[in-house]
Design a protein around this ligand. Structure first.
Ligand code: ATP
Ligand code: MG
Length: 178
């Protein structure tokens, strides 16, 4: 079903797409992650700037964020902390919105971070945890975010944790559009 959703933005410029409240994306993604977090006794919280707006398909963006949050919960030890943080980034006058998912879990080594967005790529020790899954989660995140004119990045250190950041173009303010 995730693949089917992807085709909907194709051919449609992101600038014409609907405005989506980032607070709603985060709220829905956390709602869909709470059960998994409770199962693993992971502390799941949100923070950062509110009232941010992007353009695109809300359901796709929620799917992307859910994939990141599920990974953060899954590849952490019990009682770990996962935080979703939103903020505005100004890249030379170009306003962008970043949504970051930070965990203090097992982390990813430098060789693996290079390949982690590839389809079906999984890190061996993680696979041995029998977490299930297909290794498609992050490739779907990359497709969705890139389809929205954004990018996804990872910072990670083995044994310390990871931060995955989706950066999307900010929707122009209503006043600017008129
Ligand atoms: P799926 O998401 O399809 O259920 P998956 O979680 O294995 O399966 P991806 O989400 O694409 O697939 O992640 C690829 C691999 O990257 C994972 O198997 C895991 O080894 C590693 N990984 C992803 N997120 C994290 C994280 N937050 N911390 C540590 N390792 C991670
Ligand atoms: Mg995954």
């Amino acid at each position: 079903t995730q693949i089917v959703q992807l085709s909907r933005l194709q051919g449609e410029p992101v600038s014409n797409a609907e405005q989506v409240l980032v607070d709603d994306i985060v709220g829905l993604a956390l709602d869909r992650s709470r059960q998994l977090a409770e199962q693993r006794h992971v502390n799941l919280t949100r923070g950062g700037e509110g009232g941010l707006v992007v353009r695109g398909k809300r359901e796709q963006l929620v799917t992307a964020l859910v994939n990141l949050v599920h990974n953060a919960i899954t590849y952490s030890d019990e009682k770990a902390r996962v935080v979703v943080t939103t903020r505005t980034v100004d890249e030379g006058g170009d306003r962008r919105v970043s949504i970051a998912v930070t965990d203090n879990g097992i982390g990813i080594g430098p060789d693996d971070t290079k390949r982690i967005f590839e389809r079906f790529y999984r890190v061996d020790y993680a696979r041995s945890r029998q977490t299930g899954g297909t290794g498609l989660g992050l490739s779907i995140v990359a497709e969705i975010v890139e389809g929205h004119g954004g990018e996804v990045a990872v910072w990670s250190k083995l044994g310390s944790g990871s931060t995955f950041t989706m950066t999307l173009p900010a929707a122009a303010d209503e006043e600017e559009e008129v």
